[in-house]
Design a protein around this ligand. Structure first.
Ligand SMILES: N[C@@H](CCC(=O)N[C@@H](CS)C(=O)NCC(=O)O)C(=O)O
Length: 224
């Protein structure tokens, strides 16, 4: 098979990039990483070449581009059928796909009021009644997945799968904004945070120094 290249944005900020990267890395699927930093000359020069949609992530296999996180997960599932991108059990798989699609299409209040910012800490910021409703729904999803399908491991469906990659940035947000969770959700957050691919991504995020004002509603730009 031709090698894979994953085009991503800043590790500190790009939640969609994190999902695709963590999925590949945690499942042991080799790929090269190409980072285009937001608001940079390399972004302006490269995004048209690397991304049909103008967004990241994009997964390239030779000259074939797959853009959009869910399409990436589905293509990876097709190309690597033995890697467990989705759970084997049909009921678990249907739930995992539904939860992933719900994440992909929804939770807009949480996503906009609590943008992913791995290296920062803003406890208490961003919480509104609408954000609380998003969080309650996510915790219910997690609890149901864990109780119905989670017996074989610490992730939503036991073993790590694409649904966990989809929710990994939510776990990062809960840490940044100090969202307290009930025990089942808390244990799940700990499992995600401890996953090797998540740790590697976070290490990269903490090493970044770029400040992207659009993703920093709760901080002043650093003085030059
Ligand atoms: N639906 C897309 C969303 C991708 C997306 O919004 N990516 C953001 C980074 S997390 C982006 O490329 N932003 C750059 C821009 O808006 O110019 C997916 O699932 O991949």
């Amino acid at each position: 098979m031709e090698g894979l290249t994953l085009v991503i944005g800043n590790k500190n900020y790009s939640s969609w990039s994190m999902r695709a990267w963590v999925l590949l890395a945690q499942l042991g699927i080799p790929f090269e990483e190409r980072k285009l930093r937001f608001d940079s000359d390399e972004w302006d020069a490269g995004i048209g070449r690397w991304s049909p949609s103008g967004l990241v992530p994009v997964l390239w296999r030779g000259d074939l581009a797959v853009w959009d996180t869910l399409a990436i997960a589905e293509s990876v599932a097709e190309w690597f059928p033995g890697k467990g991108v989705w759970p084997e059990d049909p009921a678990a798989r249907a739930f995992a796909r539904s939860a992933s699609a719900e994440m992909h299409a929804g939770f807009r209040n949480l996503r906009s009021a609590m943008p992913m910012n791995i290296r920062s800490s803003h406890p208490g910021k961003g919480m509104t009644p609408q954000v609380r409703m998003d969080i309650d729904r996510i915790e219910l999803l997690w609890r149901e997945a864990r109780s119905r399908f989670g017996t074989g491991g610490d992730f939503l469906f036991g073993r790590f799968c694409a649904a966990d990659a989809m929710f990994a940035p939510v776990v990062m947000r809960f840490a940044t904004y100090g969202v307290a969770c009930p025990p089942v959700a808390q244990r799940y957050c700990e499992a995600v945070t401890a996953a090797s691919a998540v740790r590697d991504w976070c290490e990269g995020a903490r090493a970044e120094t770029e400040f992207v004002a659009e993703d920093e509603p709760y901080a002043e730009p650093p003085r030059q």
